[in-house]
Design a protein around this ligand. Structure first.
Ligand code: C2E
Ligand code: CA
Ligand code: CA
Ligand code: CA
Length: 278
């Protein structure tokens, strides 16, 4: 038993070492990728349910290695978070997103740019200044910038975060709660925090053929948003039948593969004059 124990330990140690080595390699590659413009935002349209027009996009980062292929964010955002590279990455996406939205604005299309903000970024003491700086440099009207924060980020240190959120709001940007419904159980923060928009997580997106309880959750979120006067973005819309259950008198935006996958900026331009009737 002792011997096999040692054997297993050795095996464990080897696999630990190779995992650590792979991680270190990934970190180095990511550091390099940030310098060589391999990290780029893609954009996914957010369509106004009423007008069928694209009124916003969410920036979703991609790694396009020089040797080809696409690496999705789930494979490098966690490493970026652990190593602090997320600050540099986040700033890059924020800058490119703002410059892009300004370009669309200059060509006659007012498109709100939604940027994902990670916990690490949000905790930086100068985060508000960074946002202010990027708005200033890009000349994007603050009303066309939206910051997406998850419930867990918002709730991590509620009292301190209220101050941070108020600070950000004072710049004139909008604040959205990402993956709404998947994190915190308490909803009281919605009243106390200067939030503008709820993004209903795609795990709640069901259609007319779904169980009544699934539909009930979506209806409850819509009712909550309505009474708190919050905008709603429904994520993960893949089928027309999912739109039927989304009855809201507030501003309702739809986002999902039904309209478009996240794509490079050049593919968004032509979509901006299109009407997505459903
Ligand atoms: P998220 O913020 O919840 O983004 C929505 C994810 O759902 C995106 O995955 C998007 O491509 C995907 N999606 C959109 N419509 C549909 C649909 O109809 N069906 C399905 N099945 N999926 C859909 P993606 O692009 O792989 O991003 C994954 C996560 O990575 C994001 O989740 C976000 O948490 C993170 N992320 C992406 N870009 C950034 C960034 O610039 N900064 C930070 N901090 N995180 C980012
Ligand atoms: Ca998001
Ligand atoms: Ca989300
Ligand atoms: Ca998510």
């Amino acid at each position: 038993a002792k011997q096999s124990g040692r054997c297993c330990y050795k095996f464990y140690q080897d696999s630990m070492n190779s995992k650590a080595a792979a991680r270190l390699q990934l970190e180095q590659d990511l550091r390099q990728a940030l310098k060589s413009n391999e990290i780029v935002p893609f954009y996914q349209p957010q369509v106004c349910a009423r007008s069928g027009r694209i009124v916003g996009v969410e920036a979703l980062v991609r790694w396009l290695p020089l040797k080809g292929g696409i690496i999705p964010p789930d494979e490098f955002i966690p490493i970026a978070e652990e190593t602090g590279l997320i600050n540099e990455l986040g700033r890059l996406v924020l800058e490119q997103g703002c410059y892009q939205a300004k370009q669309w604005l200059d060509s006659g299309h007012s498109v709100r740019m939604a940027i994902n903000v990670s916990a690490h970024q949000f905790r930086q003491h100068d985060f508000t200044q960074t946002v202010a700086q990027v708005l200033e440099q890009s000349q994007l009207p603050p009303s066309l910038l939206e910051l997406e924060l998850t419930e867990s980020v918002i709730m991590s240190d509620a009292e301190e975060n209220i101050a941070r959120l108020v600070e950000l709001k004072s710049l004139g940007v909008s604040l959205a709660v990402d993956d709404f419904g998947t994190g915190y159980s308490s909803l009281s923060y919605l009243k106390r925090f200067p939030i503008d928009i709820l993004k209903i997580d795609r795990s709640f997106m069901c259609d007319v053929n779904s169980a009544l309880d699934d539909v009930a959750i979506v209806e409850a979120i819509l009712a909550l948003a309505e009474s708190l006067k919050l905008g709603v973005i429904a994520e993960g819309i893949e089928y027309t039948s999912q739109i039927a259950i989304l009855k809201s008198s507030n501003e309702l935006l739809l986002q999902g593969y039904l309209f478009s996958r996240p794509v490079a900026a050049e593919y968004i331009g032509p979509l901006l004059s299109q009407n997505f009737t459903h």
